[in-house]
Design a protein around this ligand. Structure first.
Ligand SMILES: Cc1cc2nc3c(=O)[nH]c(=O)nc-3n(C[C@H](O)[C@H](O)[C@H](O)COP(=O)(O)O)c2cc1C
Length: 313
């Protein structure tokens, strides 16, 4: 009875109701922070699971292999992969571990081809591994189909036409959003100053042709979200709309690459202010794009087998 009257008086007092809601919001967000601390990649490693670390290391090696300016690179990453593989020989057949082996093989082949040195013990270790294909770097083949889209980081040095952007915007607009709230926006970065700022702040920009790239910011508006259960809604909807946009760009012969916006809050705030975004707006992801260039190399980015990603419960 007391509980009922508390709820009805809460409903009538919107100030009090919002205070209670704010506490619930904090509690749920804090729960996410606790989960993150409990389970993020280093915690998995403490339990002997290096599968995601291997994926990160392999990706980094593959990007080095694709560089336009070949150089000796990645010795410490290769050593790290080798250490992980040595620590878990029983996992050698697992997807991520086998990919790690193939990355080491590709890295060694690249160094051999260019005559770059590899420490003797690492050289011998890689040499003795069973040859596995997989990780590496390949020449991008232009193909319009859905499966022809690949992340590219080098582009033709010409402006993207308004017609092509309009086409991609229609796809962005057509993407579903939660309760059709359409809380996502696209910003095409035209000012040179804003572009330079993004180049300075985007963490994963290495390996990009920063002269030829056009940036698009995909944002969401927190003002559209109703309660704590929607705390990840903005990012989810950015993902859906951004993917539609990138696929449409691909249809028009425009290559792109998502760039994660993972800056600290202070940096993020400073950039949003400089770009003139609304206070409640957040950057979900940045897309770097431009017309596909001939002879572009892309990391193989081999996918996990379907058996590993599909489960029935
Ligand atoms: C959310 C997201 C963030 C990404 N961030 C970066 C990044 O910061 N730098 C980068 O070079 N690639 C980035 N990528 C591109 C991925 O590395 C790429 O999508 C992945 O290796 C699969 O390759 P594919 O897109 O060619 O199929 C990102 C991709 C996604 C989906």
């Amino acid at each position: 009875m007391a509980d009922k009257s508390f709820h009805s008086s809460l409903k009538k007092n919107s100030f009090l109701r919002r205070r209670v809601k704010a506490i619930k919001n904090y509690k749920e967000f804090m729960g996410d922070a606790a989960d993150f601390n409990r389970y993020y990649i280093e915690k998995a490693e403490l339990k002997g699971d290096y599968s995601y670390r291997l994926m990160l290391l392999v990706h980094s090696v593959e990007k080095g292999l694709c560089s336009n300016k070949p150089r000796a690179f990645g010795k410490s990453k290769a050593k790290q992969i080798a250490e992980i593989l040595k620590s878990s020989p029983e996992k050698a057949e697992e997807f991520e571990y086998a990919l790690g082996i193939s990355a080491l093989k590709a890295w060694k082949a690249f160094h051999d081809e260019h005559g770059y040195d590899i420490p003797e013990d690492l050289y011998q270790y890689i040499n003795n591994l069973k040859t596995i294909d997989g990780a590496g770097c390949s020449l991008f083949k232009k193909e319009k189909s859905f499966f022809g889209r690949r992340s590219v980081r080098d582009f033709e040095n010409r402006e993207i036409s308004s017609e092509d952007i309009d086409y991609a915007l229609k796809f962005f607009q057509a993407a579903p959003t939660a309760c059709n709230r359409q809380m996502c926006s696209v910003y095409r970065v035209k000012s040179e100053e804003a572009k330079r700022l993004l180049i300075e702040k985007i963490m994963g920009i290495s390996g990009f042709n920063t002269e030829a790239v056009t940036f698009f910011l995909i944002t969401f508006d927190i003002a559209s979200l109703d309660y704590f259960g929607e705390r990840n809604q903005g990012y989810l909807n950015v993902g859906l709309t951004a993917m539609n946009f990138a696929n449409a760009l691909h249809q028009k012969g425009i290559g792109s690459c998502f760039l994660q916006w993972s800056n600290k809050r202070r940096d993020d705030k400073a950039v949003r202010e400089k770009l003139g975004l609304k206070k409640s707006e957040r950057i979900g992801v940045v897309i770097g794009a431009g017309y596909y260039k001939e002879n572009v190399k892309t990391p193989n980015s081999v996918r996990k087998p379907i058996l590993q990603i599909y489960k029935e419960i």
